[in-house]
Design a protein around this ligand. Structure first.
Ligand code: ATP
Ligand code: MG
Length: 666
């Protein structure tokens, strides 16, 4: 927990004077967005996007029911309007004369692999993909599953779906055949798009064989995918090395690149489904989140422009894969709505070494860099020299998303990566929210390391106690949202009941985020971890983020994850998994390190948070998007590894075995 004497970082004067939203403008606009959403969102929608037909002006800009006792949960924004998101992301920029602007700077896994795609080239490609999809009968409302590496063809395939009104479902191309199969079974597409393979770090990853296996599993379960469109990504995996099922499989290079480069856009209703996307599965079986057209577009466009303070000339880089919501809103849609030039990176931040990101930043003069705490901690553990070797002088703004960022990691990111020049936008949001929800704005929000700070326009957060009473002012509890924002999910695809129970079943009339949160005396929000992960020691509720931050504050600790274990007297005790910095063994040689780490927690939080156990962990179980899976650690700590639950979204299942083996040494 940050003490009152903790340093606050006000926005630098030169940043304020050039920012889209400056100083007090934030609070004025925020108030307008809450008091008069019709005026606020009409203005933004007109400014940010091009519409085929405007929304009705005789009804509220958002019609909704958030209360299950009054009927089904139902949310509709910009009713009566029509627009096409592919047109907004691509065509209108070409029409306005920006066809030569680079849309994507592609960086391959290996340093010498790179490429570029302009907006004109993107438009041509998107039209060709759309024409191919239409030629095999894909039409408005049909599902398409995409399982591809981070190459420009991936966002292009998403946009091609949006162009003709098909609903894309991107599955991260690191998932196993079974995970892919269960997602295909869920949305039942007639067509799957993939590539021969990919290369990430030292590993070649053949994707096509995984798709073959997944499609086999699906056909045994009764769903036959008719077409599999395969991009020959020869830089990674050769065409010759994969099987070809004639009749079903089609080579992208033959089928797509021979199509016409013009294709009309479909006019889409405001609430037409745009995509399905599965959550990362940190807390259990992933949910198929459904987003629709107009509200999602306004949310992605507004947050991209204002949070990253995007201006023409910026080179933007978000390291997230398109398989996650961050890659949807802040690779495919948000930046392209703004006609931005961005980096698309197929590799991993530690290949060929931990300096790769900064090498790319210098090479392409990246100005805005957005990544996850897991990457920041991993790079910090490798030492500063990989960073300081590069100039990074082009950077002006940094971003973080995915987990609470510990103040220690925040400071390293700020001081070492950003040379104490670049404000950090710690963006709290979810797959379900579609866009940033609690986040600083660079020209108006003083930063506090570890806090996502203040709500974005139109977002009305509220903190409740366990009975659902709202806590006003300072306090801690469950983070709820009181009213819909434009990019809120509309349902769990095929399971509206699960949608209502998960998000609206906690307290009447409010959206439940699943996260615990504290609001300080300045009204700043501090995410303290998932509600399911809160630890109750002798009646004191302790957030995982707090204890983990205290551990990471010790110079030897690279990363930490804490979970509760049963305790006869305290009810629950704190059990900490600790990954040490590069150069330490697990367990460490130094016998005093354990006491020192425990001491660091006692000093930062107090005796009540003293960990009873320190478990040395060379690695932690993480989702494929890099989030720590505490529910698996709870099982390991409690010696209940026979009931680990769904581990299909785990990035590296072998860490589980390692941790179990190391338990006795800790
Ligand atoms: P599942 O819902 O299937 O368990 P998930 O919650 O990990 O998966 P996402 O939608 O990718 O799936 O993650 C959203 C969650 O990530 C948030 O609820 C929050 O716990 C965490 N999160 C994201 N950004 C931040 C942030 N800036 N600070 C703190 N926590 C964050
Ligand atoms: Mg979640």
């Amino acid at each position: 927990m940050v003490k009152s004497d903790e340093k606050v970082y006000p926005p630098p004067d030169d940043v304020v004077s050039s920012a889209h939203i400056q100083g007090k403008e934030y609070s004025e606009l925020y108030r307008q967005s809450i008091e008069n959403p019709d005026v606020f969102w009409s203005l933004q929608a007109n400014k940010l996007l091009t519409w085929n037909k405007k929304w009705r002006s005789d009804t509220a800009i958002c019609a909704y029911n958030f209360d299950t006792s009054l009927g089904p949960i139902n949310i509709r924004w910009f009713e009566g309007s029509e627009l096409n998101l592919c047109y907004n992301a691509v065509d209108r920029h070409v029409e306005a004369g920006y066809g030569d602007r680079v849309a994507f700077y592609w960086e391959g896994n290996d340093v010498e692999q790179d490429g570029k795609m302009t907006y004109q080239e993107l438009q041509n490609l998107v039209c060709q993909i759309s024409n191919y999809l239409k030629s095999v009968g894909i039409k408005k409302g049909d599902d398409v599953t995409i399982y591809m590496p981070m190459i420009p063809e991936l966002p292009a395939a998403m946009l091609a779906c949006a162009r003709i009104g098909a609903v894309h479902s991107v599955v991260f191309a690191g998932f196993s055949a079974e995970s892919l199969a269960s997602r295909i079974q869920d949305s039942k597409p007639r067509l799957v798009v993939t590539a021969t393979g990919s290369k990430r770090g030292p590993k070649e990853i053949p994707l096509k064989p995984i798709v073959d296996e997944a499609l086999d599993i699906c056909s045994k379960q009764g769903h036959m995918v008719e077409k599999c469109l395969v991009y020959d990504h020869h830089q990674a995996v050769s065409k010759e090395s994969v099987n070809f099922h004639s009749g079903r499989d089609v080579w992208w290079q033959d089928a797509v690149l021979t199509q016409s480069t013009s294709c009309p856009v479909e006019r889409m209703d405001a609430e037409a489904p745009l995509f399905k996307l599965y959550t990362s599965g940190s807390t259990g079986k992933p949910k198929a989140v459904l987003h629709t057209t107009a509200g999602y577009a306004v949310g992605a466009a507004a947050t991209f422009k204002y949070v990253f303070d995007y201006k023409p000339g910026d080179i933007y880089w978000c390291t997230a894969d398109c398989g996650w919501i961050t890659g949807h809103s802040y690779v495919t849609y948000g930046p392209l709505f703004s006609c931005a030039s961005q980096v698309l990176f197929e590799g991993v931040p530690t290949w060929p070494d931990a300096g790769r990101c900064w090498q790319i930043v210098d090479k392409l003069k990246v100005t805005i860099f957005y990544t996850a705490p897991t990457a920041i901690r991993a790079l910090n553990a490798k030492g500063d020299s990989y960073v300081t070797k590069y100039s990074r002088s082009s950077l002006r703004l940094l971003g973080s998303v995915g987990e609470p960022i510990n103040p220690e990691a925040w400071r390293w990111y700020y001081e070492v990566v950003g040379n104490s020049r670049c404000p950090i936008m710690d963006t709290w949001w979810q797959t379900e929210t579609g866009a940033h929800m609690i986040t600083p704005l660079v020209g108006s929000t003083p930063l506090k390391p570890g806090s996502a700070t203040l709500p974005f326009f139109g977002v009305e957060p509220c903190i409740c106690d366990e009975k659902g009473n709202e806590i006003h002012g300072e306090g801690e509890g469950l983070l709820m949202i009181k009213r819909p924002w434009p990019s809120i999910m509309r349902t769990v695809a095929g399971n509206h009941d699960r949608f209502e129970k998960t998000y609206f079943g906690m307290f009447k009339g409010m959206y439940f985020t699943g996260d615990g949160c504290r609001r300080d005396s300045d009204g700043y929000y501090w995410i303290i971890g998932r509600v399911d992960d809160v630890i109750n020691v002798s009646g004191h509720r302790i957030g995982t983020a707090e204890v983990e931050s205290a551990l990471v504050g010790h110079p030897a600790c690279a990363e930490a994850a804490v979970v509760p274990v049963e305790h006869a007297i305290k009810g629950q005790a704190i059990y900490a998994f600790v990954t040490l910095m590069e150069g330490y063994s697990h367990p460490p040689q130094d016998p005093t390190l354990k006491e020192a780490l425990i001491g660091a927690v006692r000093k930062a939080i107090g005796a009540i948070a003293t960990p009873d156990f320190i478990h040395w962990a060379p690695g932690l179980p993480k989702t494929r998007s890099g989030k720590i899976m505490r529910r698996i650690l709870r099982k390991i700590a409690g010696k209940e590894e026979e009931s680990l639950g769904d581990i299909s979204t785990l990035a590296d299942p072998s860490v589980v075995e390692t941790l179990i083996a190391l338990r006795e040494n800790s």
